[in-house]
Design a protein around this ligand. Structure first.
Ligand code: SF4
Length: 150
């Protein structure tokens, strides 16, 4: 195996909008672009895997706010799995090569990306795929009241 560079071999997986608030339902953006918390990872030399945004992919930028119940359809779940399979392969590959994938950061109260209290549809599918591969990752969330534009 090649081991001739100084990469940090540390990676975090984040919901798409943590790095790109342009994708959220209007007018819900909480930063102009990426959340500033991302700069912490950059400063610490941690790589960032940006998950795709299932809502943008399914309903586009002009979508209306929808509930978790609205998103809980077979077609949306299948679309989530389809988007997630390549990411799971990448995570598996990193772990197989002794990289530290130390966690996933979701978004509290999102119908798709909430992880903890009321797990969203996209994260439900993500964690099912991770369990199928026997991958355990810590999880964190951007809190509901986090807002850089207030
Ligand atoms: S679906 Fe997830 S990534 Fe997309 S805007 Fe909502 S919280 Fe962000």
């Amino acid at each position: 195996m090649l081991d001739n560079d100084e990469r940090g071999k540390k990676i975090v997986v984040v919901s798409h909008c943590i790095l790109n608030q342009n994708c959220v339902v209007q007018p819900m953006a909480r930063a102009k672009g990426a959340f500033k918390i991302a700069s912490r990872f950059i400063e610490e030399g941690i790589g960032i895997i940006q998950l795709p945004c299932p809502e943008l992919r399914h309903f586009g930028l002009e979508r209306k706010p929808m509930s978790k119940f609205d998103y809980d359809t077979p077609i949306h779940r299948e679309m989530c799995r389809h988007m997630l399979r390549p990411v799971i392969k990448e995570i598996e590959e990193y772990i197989a090569h002794d990289y530290e994938v130390f966690g996933i950061i979701g978004v509290e109260d999102s119908p798709n990306c909430d992880i903890n209290e009321n797990r969203g549809i996209f994260m439900q599918e993500l964690f099912k795929l991770l369990i199928d591969k026997n991958i355990k990752l810590r999880s964190f969330e951007v809190p509901l009241d986090y807002d850089e534009l207030k």
